[in-house]
Design a protein around this ligand. Structure first.
Ligand SMILES: Cc1cc2nc3c(=O)[nH]c(=O)nc-3n(C[C@H](O)[C@H](O)[C@H](O)COP(=O)(O)OP(=O)(O)OC[C@H]3O[C@@H](n4cnc5c(N)ncnc54)[C@H](O)[C@@H]3O)c2cc1C
Length: 431
């Protein structure tokens, strides 16, 4: 079976869905997701989305992002992110995302390394709400078809021109031919033993880029979140205790009940202090204490975190939460320009799989969903303007030995990351 379409979008998280909504409605769009449609990191996002508090805040927002990223960011991308945050968050509201509001309008919370409160949120399940609303809007458009459990394993190309993707469905090969292909395949958490990410998000877009000599960048920039719920089991996804819990006053303490770090420092710094404290105290975790907040506040502000911890025997209104760092986010990725264009013709990359350079060496909290929105919107506009000059091309069929092909994709990435980051080699899964 082959599929022919104007635009192929690989991934149904924020970057894929928002891109689909920003493409012209007269284009035939095919979207695929590796697992179920909402089995993605977007649906797990808790804290919220950063947005400039008005045009006067753009400069400070840029400065905060550069400082957190250790000035390794692409300043041009950061300025675009901050400037275009307002229109894109407004558009999300128009699409139906009902962020927390009071009489004065949107309510803004704070997270580590932001100088002011500038994060919009929906309870502690912002990503789930964003995913639902975007998906509902996409389903209303009859020019978009979505296929679940459909896995991209390679690019279809002629020379350096992408002409679609090679996929598998129920262990059969399906070639999808497209004028333009968009990779929105997310991060790499699934190749780590301890990660807050969905297990099926294994950096496939990056492996496929490496396999096809598509330019990649900063593959050594990997973020560990300081506060994942500690469990001994290393095969399950680690439940995140959002940074906004510290933003609202949660304190990090060691097993003697002593504070050892300013909780609102950038993520990499807090992670480093926690790792040192674990060694000093000979304990596998530290604690996050929120018992100064009332149960009423906690159940309203963090209902999901409250429930999830309770399931694991921790009543957060009384007991400190055992936490330890876990892989969380990938700042590197497929090298793209300010419109998500990759080094391969007709191939774009949006969201966590891409490297716009916006995060530098360390992502500022809540800038990821925003990056997915801003750059997929810009890229989609560019595709709208250029697609009329493109045509479908069909290449010869390829023979794939499916038994070892998927694992070999994963292995390419694991080998690359081990080589670049010997210090975290033991954190990677083996395949
Ligand atoms: C627990 C958690 C909390 C977070 N909280 C926040 C937050 O509060 N604010 C914030 O800004 N960011 C947050 N992040 C980060 C943010 O959620 C992600 O960076 C962002 O959602 C990535 O969006 P995406 O569209 O690029 O990828 P994803 O949402 O991960 O979607 C990837 C898609 O690609 C598909 N896919 C992957 N490989 C293939 C393949 N081979 N074939 C076909 N399909 C494929 C998947 O099926 C999926 O549909 C959080 C992340 C986690 C894990």
């Amino acid at each position: 079976m082959d599929i022919i379409t104007d635009v192929l979008i690989v991934g149904t998280g924020v970057a894929g869905l928002y891109s689909a909504l920003n493409l012209n409605k007269d284009l035939n769009i095919t979207m695929i997701s590796k697992g179920k449609i909402d089995e993605c990191n977007t649906a797990l996002a808790q804290g919220g989305i950063s947005v400039a508090r008005g045009y006067d805040d753009i400069k400070l927002f840029v400065e905060d992002t550069l400082k957190a990223g250790k000035h390794k960011n692409n300043t041009e991308s950061v300025k675009i992110l901050a400037k275009e945050s307002i229109e894109n968050v407004n558009k999300l509201c128009e699409l139906g995302v009902d962020f927390e509001r009071n009489q004065e309008g949107l309510v803004f919370t704070r997270e580590g390394a932001h100088s002011i409160n500038r994060i919009v949120y929906y309870k502690d399940i912002t990503g789930k709400r964003v995913e639902e609303v975007l998906l509902n809007n996409v389903k209303l458009q009859n020019n978009i078809n979505i296929y679940e459990n459909f896995e991209l394993i390679d690019m279809l190309k002629i020379g350096n021109k992408c002409i679609g993707g090679v996929c598998t469905k129920d262990n059969e090969i399906v070639n999808i031919y497209a004028k333009v292909t968009i990779l929105a395949t997310g991060g790499i958490g699934g190749i780590f033993k301890n990660s807050t990410n969905q297990r099926l998000i294994t950096g496939d877009g990056i492996s496929i880029a490496l396999r096809n000599d598509i330019k990649v960048k900063n593959l050594n920039y990997i973020q560990f979140h300081p506060t994942a719920f500690f469990t001994e089991n290393s095969n399950c996804r680690k439940f995140l205790i959002s940074e906004s819990v510290r933003g609202e006053g949660g304190k990090l303490i060691n097993n003697k009940g002593e504070r050892f770090v300013d909780e609102l420092l950038p993520r990499d710094v807090v992670t480093k202090y926690i790792c040192e404290e674990k060694i000093k105290t000979n304990c596998k975790h530290v604690y996050l204490d929120v018992s100064s907040m009332s149960k009423d506040f906690l159940t309203k502000r963090f209902p999901n975190i409250y429930k999830e911890c309770l399931k694991n025997g921790i009543d957060i209104s009384k007991d400190p939460i055992p936490v330890s760092p876990a892989q969380h986010y990938f700042m590197g990725g497929i090298d793209v320009d300010l419109y998500g264009q990759t080094s391969m013709d007709n191939l774009y990359a949006f969201g966590e799989v891409s490297c716009t350079g916006v995060h530098g060496e360390n992502r500022l909290a809540s800038n990821s969903l925003l990056e997915g929105l801003v750059f997929s919107q810009r890229g989609s506009q560019k595709i709208n303007n250029e697609i009329k000059n493109k045509k479908i091309e069909v290449a010869k069929k390829f023979n794939y030995n499916l038994d070892n092909y998927k694992d070999s994709n994963k292995k390419i990435l694991i080998d690359t990351i081990s080589r670049l980051r010997g210090d975290i080699k033991n954190e990677l899964v083996t395949c």
